[in-house]
Design a protein around this ligand. Sequence first.
Ligand code: KG4
Ligand code: ZN
Length: 336
Amino acid sequence: MKILGIESSCDETAAAVVEDGRKVLSSVVASQVDIHALYGGVVPEIASRAHTEAICTVVNEALEKANLTLDGIDAIAVTYAPGLIGALLTGLSFAKGLSYSTGIPLVPVHHIRGHIAANYVASPELKPPFIALVVSGGHTSLIKVKNYTEFETVGITRDDAAGEAFDKAARVLGLPYPGGAMMDKLAAEGDKKRFPFTVSKVHDCPFDFSFSGLKTAVINLVHTMEMRGEEIDGALKADIAASFTKAAVKTVSRGVEALYAEGEKLPLVLSGGVAANSHLRSALKAFTEKIGVGFYVPPLSLCGDNALMIAAQGYYEFSEGKRAPLNQNAFACMEA
Ligand code: KG4
Ligand code: ZN
């Protein structure tokens, strides 16, 4: 069964064709990073306009690369939530039009479920149940994946997402948007013990996360140094990046460790843009090895937003009979 996936929830316009949820026939991603880098972050209206300009070309390219026309597509899977509302509506409206005009069924896919499904493509042997840790620019969630379409959220960020904290820390250090990947490299060169940032703990739920305190702490540290006239040179930046990364990784792993401390035995499956972070990958790999549970993480190319993850999850949703009506709406929030 061949599924055309369409993704436009943030700053990537993407389309892909995936067969039976696991075999990638094509994947095209048009990134808007260069446009938003001028502003130091994603500008929602600009994102919507750029999606509108790119979507036709991206979908056509995905079909061409898969050597298919729409006649060969069994279902169209599209991200309907969560994300920037104008950006989501661009992809969803396009997909609805395509479905209405061709009669190809439309399947709504939750973006977070998509991130998790990137692992089905990366690891063909992976099957639920497992524990998914989704860490991205907009989300930090610990989810029990009971089967391909049944999910139970175990922990969630109470404020900012991990990626938001990485991006703001990068911005205050003068790194270009999106700064996560550069923070990763810089952190490898610095002294992680130089600035002992507090690792937050959510008292009433040990599996929840909080990143706003860490984000504010790194911003305040840099602003205070600037006010004192201290020169923030390359070595100092690396020490700040390393210290911040250490605390961010600890914030994420503390929630994971708390869950496994309760006797959880299911494998851990990492996904989302921040899953590309080398320090987080190695910390979680070491932890899962230590306690003897499986660990899955997609290659770097499948961590960020793409449409093959939407097509992969779309296959399982479609197989379970999920369909989007033509009045399907988009939702900005996580709970949709
Ligand atoms: O999943 P994603 O592409 O978009 C959302 O769904 O939010 O995640 C993007 C986020 C950005 O915040 C970016 O800075 C972060 O992932 N990111 C990283 C790394 N690569 C990307 N954060 C830390 N280390 C990295 N290597
Ligand atoms: Zn994402």
